[in-house]
Structure formats: C-alpha cells, structure tokens
Design a protein around this ligand. Sequence first.
Ligand code: KG4
Ligand code: ZN
Length: 342
Amino acid sequence: MIILGLETSCDETAAAIYDAVSGLRGHCLFSQVETHAPFGGVVPELASRDHIRKLLPLVEAVFDQSGVRPHELAGVAYTAGPGLVGALLVGAMAGAGLAFGWGIPAIPVHHMEAHLLAALLEPEPPHFPFVALLVSGGHTLLVEVQALGIYRILGETLDDAAGEAFDKGAKLLGLSYPGGPQLAQLADEGHPGKYTLPRPMLNKPGLDFSFSGLKTALALRVRDKGGSPGLDHRDRADLAHAYQEAIVDTLVARSCRAIESTGHKRLVIAGGVGANRLLRERLAAGLSRHGATVYYPRTGFCTDNAAMIAFTGCLRLAAAPDAFGDLHVMARPRWPLEELRP
Ligand code: KG4
Ligand code: ZN
C-alpha cells in the first residue's frame, strides 16, 4: 500500500510518499517562515495563498524524488484539522481532487494524531501502549496512546502551549520570529543561576500545565531592566537560559509523573518543541530513573511535515479499507483528539 500525504494546516506546505512495505519513499517541504516573519506571526490569508502556489509543485517533486507513479498509489491522505481553516481547505481540496481524479480514496488525517505517531517512522519505533508528550505551537498535551485511535488525555495546558511560551518569551527578549529555536540557541550562551523564574503548577497535583505566569515573570524581569531594547546580549542570554530551564523543568516533571501514574515504560515526544535539545537530554535522564525510555521522531519530523500524514493515512486506510471511498471533503479547524476512534 503506497500513500501520498499532504500537509497544509499552518505555515508549512509538504508532500510525502509512504510505502507500507519499504517505508518512507520521499518527502518535500516548503516553509513559509520568511513570508510571515515581517508580521511576527502566521498571517492566515497569506498562508492559504502560499499553499495554493506551492502544493502541486511539491507533489510533482515528491513523485520525482520517490520514483513512484500515481497509478501505484492506494490513497491520498491530507491534513483535515485542526489548523487554519483556509490553509486546511487548500490541502483538503487538492487531496480530495487528486484522489477523485486517480480513482482512489482520500483519507482525512488528524494533525495531532499524526504528530503522536511520527516516532513510529523511525528505525526502532516504540510499541503501543505509550505516553506521548505533544508539545507544539498550538498544543501541550500528555496523552496515553493505547493503540491507533485509542487516546486518553492525561493532562494539557490551561493557557499557553509550550511552543507558544517559547515564541512569546523570544518576542519579549526582542528576538525575531519564529522565536522558539532562537531562544533555545541563545539560552546555550546564558549563565546558569543568574536568574530564576517560576515553574507554574509544579507543586499542584495532576498532569496539567500552565505557562502564562512564567511569561509574565519574564516580562517583569525585562521591564525591570528597562525593556527589551535596553538588554545587552549577556542579559538576554541569561534570561533565555532561565526561561528555557523553567519550561523544560515543567515538561520533564509532568512527563515523569505521567509515566509513574500510568506505569508505562515508553514516552514519545511529538511536536515542534520536541526538537529542543535540552528537553531531549533532560527527559532521557529523568525517565531513565523510572526505568522508562524516550522515543523521538527525527528532528525534521518533530515539526510539521507530510511524512507523518502519509504514514497515518496508511495506517487508517489499512485499518478501514472501505471507510474512505466517498467524495466528502473535510476541513475542521477545531477537532478534539478524543473524538477519534480506532
Ligand atoms: O509542531 P509545530 O511545527 O507546529 C505546530 O503545529 O504548532 O511546532 C512549532 C513550535 C513553535 O512554537 C516553535 O517555536 C517551536 O515549535 N520550536 C521550538 C524549537 N523548534 C521549534 N521550541 C523550542 N526549541 C526548539 N528547538
Ligand atoms: Zn504541528
């Protein structure tokens, strides 16, 4: 079974081809980061228009890269949500249109489910069941993954997502968009212990997160220093260090508690913040004390990509071959993970 996957939920346009027998055959991605950078965030209308321009050339490129021809495909998977509605519609219409033209099923894929399963694309994949820490720009969730489509949310953020916290912190420090990776890089130059920032919710029971108080604490420190233009490089790096430590500590402590409370021995990291080096190191160290192992997608598949969409589409089509034949086009900006079924 060979599946073409399309991703257009936010500001990355991507196409990939996954083969159930030989694995990933090809993947291409175009990031719109330069388009949105002058605005300090993703502009939905510009995102949709750019997806329209880039998606079909990427589909052609992934056919060239993989050597696969359309008649070999068993289906076309596209991200149907959650995401920006205009951006989703581009991928949904293209996916459903191509599938109809080729006489094969179109498979609407849940973007967060695809992130949860991305680590299964790696050479030594985790087995079900596992706990997943899903940390992206829009979501921060701890999820118990029993099997395909059987997900239980153990905890989630009550306010900002972890990636959002990285991005907003970066903005406060005067870094340009997209700030998360830049803040992480700058933090490496910072001195440990120069500043201490709070770890919100860490003393509370349960598995929920909160990052808005941390962001406020950073804003106050920056204000005390006379505002972001008044910060020298040293201060910026020291504050970035303290800020990253606080986010990572919170994520690691909650993940360890999730492993303790479920008794599972595998933790899977998913989503863009999963690319963060400190988070990876601290989680590996923290979880080894609980006899648990951490699994990651390769760095490029932590952030948005079409390989995870093609792969999830393949699993979904194999699980329900007759479920995807109709002409229904699906684009759901809001789509709770708990609504998914096996
Ligand atoms: O999963 P993703 O590509 O998009 C969403 O679906 O949201 O995640 C993007 C988020 C952004 O907030 C970005 O700042 C953050 O992931 N991110 C990082 C790093 N790389 C990406 N945050 C911290 N450290 C990184 N190295
Ligand atoms: Zn994502």
